[in-house]
Design a protein around this ligand. Structure first.
Ligand SMILES: Cc1cc2nc3c(=O)[nH]c(=O)nc-3n(C[C@H](O)[C@H](O)[C@H](O)COP(=O)(O)OP(=O)(O)OC[C@H]3O[C@@H](n4cnc5c(N)ncnc54)[C@H](O)[C@@H]3O)c2cc1C
Length: 505
């Protein structure tokens, strides 16, 4: 096992930065992706040293940041859980249950000594002379600055800013006398008993939060500019119930359910491309019987985009609709004109009285955890770079990143990416190479560049708002980032790492 060694001299070192030593692999982020990456590293290279840097005071990433009432997955946990660790709970899980699962992985794989909490990576500098990265870190608790060196940097920082949510400003917000809260920074002592609550937003967060607070609040209004697609599956798949009743080994049940759910999602993806109208009709028909009599489905539940152009929000057992039927919640589809002293006035002139306004307005996308990258002293300008299979970036040596699926379970892709990264590390070892850099081949010269995420295919607000700060994709393999699991699960395990697009030295 490689342990610490003095950091190499570098023109960018500064005196007040303490040397933290050297590791073979440095992972940034201890969420689902970082913990998964550590598992794959451990399994394939038990002797390599590694550290996970985590800016927050706990692991879990998304599931630690988001602790609003009712927070839960949209995905089934058989595919959201790791391939190697069976999921034993209900298909759709609460945030706390996902945290428990991640705790178990950390315990079983003895990862705790490898995680450095409150360590925010701020800069990463590649030196071709030293053939390693120098990563600068600020400690949130002491303010100290530290410097690690590493042979390989594995970015598992997720896709959004964990400290600053996306918070649009509306006219009159400053005169509102009630409380405005964002689910990403939910006050744990907030008591909504008897309060009138307006939740701004139409996505999963709003749909999850509303049934969770509807009983204690006096009334909850979901205020949406435009509707989203919903599906209301059972909390647990009937197949899981059957297999468990038969006492089938948990790892079999896990694999069978992974296949069952993947097949469902692949069918949704297929229909969205080949039969979008049929899929739309199916989603609408499944919804209508769950809504109160005479509900205006056209106005409140008919999205303006094609199904699958955004993630479909899951409401297990239709709990959001139950809150609507009981009269504990209602929906207003309109735009905000202004906040008033006592609530919100919408464009139609209707006044929504509120004690608390929840802005379930989403995220601010963050490119690579806001780490400032340089290669041999030159800042990396990501918008002018091209992704290599949605895993590495052209011209950036020894750096891989994990970006999961937006519409399938994130972790399905995180596992596939990790498989490929450790395969690439093995190839480096075989070749005696210490550097790997995605490099455009002569035949890629003049390749047409496109946004990293095609807005025709996926048009969620947080992606569209941030395309300009992100890298590009090309018009051919391997310079693309795939969004669908079925084709990628075929392609990635067989991907030729010696097709000339990776320069090893
Ligand atoms: C409420 C909510 C529900 C969701 N539900 C689902 C779902 O059901 N299914 C699904 O597939 N996806 C879902 N997602 C998307 C979710 O973000 C991913 O599934 C997944 O959790 C991402 O894991 P990650 O480890 O890649 O990133 P994150 O969970 O974002 O974790 C990244 C970690 O890296 C740390 N970090 C970032 N930058 C730095 C830095 N510079 N230095 C040190 N540490 C850093 C962060 O503090 C964070 O802890 C949901 C997202 C939200 C917000």
């Amino acid at each position: 096992m490689t342990t610490t060694a003095p950091a190499p001299t570098s023109e960018l070192s500064t005196d007040d930065v303490q040397d933290a030593g050297h590791v073979d692999v440095l992972v940034v982020g201890a969420g689902v992706s970082g913990i998964g990456a550590a598992h794959h590293l451990r399994e394939r290279f038990p002797d390599r040293s590694f550290v996970l840097l985590e800016a927050q005071d706990n692991h879990g990433g998304t599931w630690w940041t988001h602790r609003y009432p009712g927070v839960r997955s949209d995905s089934d946990l058989f595919t959201y859980g790791y391939r190697h660790k069976p999921w034993r709970g209900p298909s759709i899980a609460a945030g706390g249950e996902i945290m428990n699962y991640l705790d178990e992985v950390i315990e079983e794989e003895q990862l705790a000594p490898h995680i450095r909490y409150r360590h925010q990576a701020t800069a990463a500098r590649w030196s071709s002379q030293d053939r390693r990265w120098e990563v600068e870190v600020t400690r949130a608790d002491t303010g100290e600055r530290l410097r690690w060196t590493t042979d390989f940097l594995w970015m598992c920082q997720g896709y959004y800013n964990h400290t600053k949510p996306y918070q649009p400003q509306w006219e009159g917000m400053d005169r509102f006398s009630g409380l405005v809260v964002h689910p990403q920074s939910w006050p744990q002592d907030l008591d909504l008993t008897g309060k009138r609550v307006v939740v701004i937003g139409s996505g999963s967060t709003a749909a999850t939060l509303i049934p969770a607070i509807a009983q204690e609040a006096e009334h909850v209004t979901m205020l949406q500019r435009s509707p989203s697609y919903f599906l209301a599956p059972p909390l647990t798949h009937e197949l899981a119930v059957t297999l468990r009743a038969l006492d089938i080994p948990e790892d079999w049940t896990h694999e069978i359910l992974r296949r069952a759910y993947s097949a469902q999602f692949n069918e949704l993806a297929r229909m969205s491309h080949e039969a979008p109208d049929e899929l739309h009709a199916f989603l609408m028909e499944s919804l209508t019987p769950l809504l109160p009599e005479g509900f205006d489905v056209e106005k409140h539940f008919t999205p303006r985009y094609r199904p699958w152009q955004q993630r479909i929000a899951i409401v297990p057992e239709g709990d959001l609709f139950a809150a609507l039927r009981e009269g504990k919640a209602s929906i207003v589809t309109d735009t905000i004109d202004t906040f008033t002293e006592t609530g919100i006035r919408v464009a139609s002139g209707e006044e929504l009285e509120a004690d608390v306004v929840v802005t379930a307005t989403g995220f601010d996308l963050s490119a690579f955890g806001d780490v400032a990258f340089t290669v041999d002293g030159e800042p990396v300008d990501f918008p002018s770079r091209v992704t290599w299979r949605g895993i590495m970036i052209s011209g950036v040596p020894n750096m891989a990143y994990v970006f999961g699926y937006f519409r399938h379970s994130w972790t399905l892709r995180a596992d596939l990416v990790s498989d490929l990264v450790v395969r690439m590390m093995s190839l480096m070892q075989e070749k005696g190479a210490s550097t790997v850099v995605p490099t455009l081949r002569p035949e890629d010269a003049g390749m047409q560049l496109r946004p990293w995420s095609d807005p025709e295919n996926f048009n969620a607000g947080y992606v569209l708002r941030s395309q300009h700060v992100l890298f590009k994709q090309g018009d051919r393999e391997p310079w693309t980032h795939m969004m669908e699991h079925a084709p990628e699960a075929e392609l990635l395990p067989k991907a030729d790492l010696e097709d000339g697009s990776l320069a090893f030295s």
